[in-house]
Design a protein around this ligand. Structure first.
Ligand code: AMP
Length: 212
């Protein structure tokens, strides 16, 4: 199965992706994670991406699209795209990449969450430095404060989860990403789910809709 997860920052794309990855055996392709990995490895692409990410803006389309195409070519079987596409240009480029790979998307899942839920999720989000597992100081605390339950790695708050950058990410989302919801709606490929619910409940709804 080939899926896209769409939604604002804090809608729960990463948490849902981790669940669907397990239950459907899909590869999880998060462009945010791929870009952070490039930054960690001090690559030229990472250096270029960093300033955009730190300011809550979007990394230029051609950089991200190149990264995604490269990744998709290495994957056999199903996958889940998380955080891509984020602009109409990227959505159209994705269609072309899929055509070249002779693949089609099964569904584009739009996680529709309200602003107060989003802000609360992002303010409390903690991420494992080693394995990327997601926690939340109130909703999903780790057993030992600051330590990942899965790999004992250190938990940290993403630098772009601060209040000012979150505001800018939301503005960028509304301007650039929200319009592509209509792009997929017109193609009858969109499934909208209430993402104020816990990721486990959202996952159940999605699996049910696929008769799984
Ligand atoms: P995320 O982990 O999905 O919240 O992404 C973190 C940041 O990476 C975003 O705020 C953007 O700066 C950048 N980013 C991730 N995916 C994309 C994309 N598809 N297009 C442009 N920038 C992206």
């Amino acid at each position: 199965m080939k899926l896209v997860l769409l939604g604002p920052p804090g809608a729960g794309k990463g948490s849902l992706a981790a669940l669907l990855k397990k239950s459907l055996g899909l590869a999880h392709i998060s462009t945010g994670d791929l870009l952070r990995e490039e930054i960690k490895n001090h690559t030229a692409l990472g250096q270029e991406a960093k300033s955009y990410i730190d300011q809550g803006g979007l990394v230029p389309d051609e950089l991200v699209t190149r990264l995604v195409e490269h990744k998709l070519k290495t994957i056999q079987g199903g996958y889940l795209l998380d955080g891509f596409p984020r602009t109409e240009r990227q959505a159209k480029d994705l269609d072309q990449i899929l055509a070249r790979l002779k693949q089609t998307l099964d569904s584009v899942i739009y996680l529709n969450a309200t602003l107060s839920v989003i802000i609360d999720r992002l303010a409390g989000r903690r991420v494992c430095k080693s394995c990327g597992a997601l926690f939340h100081i109130k909703n999903k605390p780790s057993q030992k404060e600051g330590i990942c339950d899965l790999c004992q790695g250190q938990l940290y708050q993403r630098p772009d989860d601060n209040e000012a950058t979150v505001k800018e990410r939301m503005r960028v989302y509304l301007e650039n990403t929200k319009p592509i919801i209509h792009y997929y709606e017109e193609q009858n490929r969109l499934m909208t789910v209430d993402a104020d619910k816990d990721s486990e409940d959202v996952e159940k709804i999605i699996l049910k809709s696929f008769d799984l």
